[in-house]
Unconditional design. Structure first.
Length: 277
């Protein structure tokens, strides 16, 4: 991952580049991960993230506490949580300390526990409900879609979810991102989903986040806290596999528990960027 003329060059903090939700056919989502003894000031972390070429950059303060502290930044500022970045940080800690338990506490006070099974890293997220909504012409025009099966808003994630009639429509959606931003000041992300047209997957999704400086997220983890119960109700399956149909592509393993969901994926540590002299 190129650094370019990044503020990182003057911060003297090394970092790792890690791809999450990968498969042999999927590039996954790249993340910059910093392990720090103490968090820099928020403005400094934001400047670093803004200068790097990652959708999300994560800072982890492992310390000696029960939960490692974790904070997430995009080019536009700090965000409360990020699934793929959490998985990236967990993969790095497990690579450095194999067999050790890993859990995080976000800046919002949410605790996230990590587990591993069959080479897949899983994180536990609460299940979040949807409030059914109707889409106005401004949103439909910004997304450039004419029809949809269902739309619902998740206030916990500040995310609009839309089920489309067919996978072929989902794969070709090409939003006007600037018009999307103007549609709402309460939405931070739009997720479109459909039944899969590939038999190895149960459902497809794509994610658009121009509100936080990410036109299309390559792969997203946290939205499955909504998608898993939604598709479980539709299919009756408690264990599923999803494909994020972005340019890089991503494979997500999910399991529905009583009050939570397990969201999992495979990772690859793709680079280490040490201190520049």
């Amino acid at each position: 991952m190129p650094v370019g003329n990044s503020p990182m060059n003057s911060s003297n903090l090394p970092y790792y580049s890690i791809d999450t939700f990968i498969s042999p056919q999927c590039g996954g989502n790249p993340t910059g991960v910093f392990l720090v003894g103490k968090f820099p000031e928020a403005a400094g972390m934001h400047r670093i993230a803004a200068g790097l070429d990652f959708p999300v950059t994560v800072f982890v303060e492992p310390g000696i506490k029960e939960h490692a502290a974790i904070r997430y930044f995009t080019a536009t500022g700090e965000i409360p949580a990020c699934g793929h970045a959490t998985l990236a940080a967990a993969g790095l800690l497990l690579d450095q300390h194999p067999g050790s338990p890993v859990s995080f506490r976000t800046n919002a006070g949410v605790c996230i526990t990590i587990s591993m099974a069959d080479g897949v890293l899983y994180m536990a997220y609460p299940k979040y409900p949807l409030e059914t909504v109707s889409l106005g012409s401004d949103m439909l025009n910004a997304l450039k879609i004419a029809d949809y099966r269902y739309a619902g808003f998740c206030k916990e994630l500040e995310t609009l979810f839309i089920e489309l009639p067919r996978a072929a429509i989902l794969r070709t959606v090409d939003p006007d991102h600037r018009r999307l931003i103007k549609c709402s000041d309460t939405i931070k992300e739009v997720v479109i989903t459909s039944v899969s047209d590939d038999p190895q997957y149960d459902f497809l999704l794509r994610s658009f986040c121009p509100w936080i400086g990410i036109d299309e997220d390559p792969v997203t983890g946290s939205v499955h806290s909504v998608l898993v119960p939604y598709w479980m109700n539709r299919t009756g399956r408690r264990e599923m596999k999803a494909y994020q149909a972005s340019e890089r592509g991503g494979e997500v393993f999910v399991r529905s528990l009583d009050d939570s969901v397990l969201i999992g994926g495979k990772i690859r540590i793709s680079g280490y960027h040490g201190t520049e002299e």
